[in-house]
Design a protein around this ligand. Sequence first.
Ligand SMILES: C[S@@+](CC[C@H](N)C(=O)[O-])C[C@H]1O[C@@H](n2cnc3c(N)ncnc32)[C@H](O)[C@@H]1O
Length: 247
Amino acid sequence: MSNQNIYDNQEFFDGYKKLRDDPSAANYVVEKPALFSLAPDLNNKSVLDLGCGYGENCIRFLELGARKVTGLDISAKMLEMARNENSSPRIEYINKSMTDLDDITDKFDVVFSSLAVHYIEDFDKLARDVYRLLNPGGYFIFSQEHPLTTALLNADYWTRNSENDIIHYNLTTYTVEGERKVAWLVDGVTKYHRTFSTIINSLLGSGFVIEKMLEPVPGSDIMEKCPAYKRYIHKPDFLLIKARKNS
Ligand SMILES: C[S@@+](CC[C@H](N)C(=O)[O-])C[C@H]1O[C@@H](n2cnc3c(N)ncnc32)[C@H](O)[C@@H]1O
């Protein structure tokens, strides 16, 4: 099932909100800075944000000069927050799954997606859909949980010593692609694991040119302030890709 709507589950929603209320969350100190570092000039551009959540990025795209922004999300609860906290006459929020883009006829200059595509089973189709929705020369810029993270079938991520310091990451089942049922905030959250090469080949097969990839690691100052981020020495949490549709 590629359309699980876990963010509308109240227990999950509350737990996720708590994580995001922490300004030192990895979203803010690692993922978003990397995502925005990949953004092209957004002046006068039309932007689509797939899995826009609270709409924080949608507002930022406007601040960076975007003409109009469409934020799409499967979760009515996330969109309710987006409409309450990040609304603008130049942002349209649509309650829809990104597996169901066939009836969108508008074209966009940039399609962003921040930490949402690992919820989608058929990335090949998503890449083709996004390619169709882009104007020539347009960009697909997305972040996702790193394939080294999505690989595991269980939550036994780290080997630690008696002081609880990390010794190494427990990489297993990397080559076994497909569904992962994980306990994250609640039991039974569905994500999908794809290897690095599968992700890249889906983009290339759809016609994209890959311009840049990032596996961001917080700086040593952040690691000192938040020692849990020292885990990035062993494994990045996020993969980000900037892909361009040929002119
Ligand atoms: C980790 S949150 C990220 C939210 C936002 N992009 C951000 O970075 O602040 C993932 C979002 O993807 C949305 N999502 C998950 N599956 C989806 C689907 N099939 N179609 C559209 N949105 C989806 C969730 O509802 C949630 O809002």
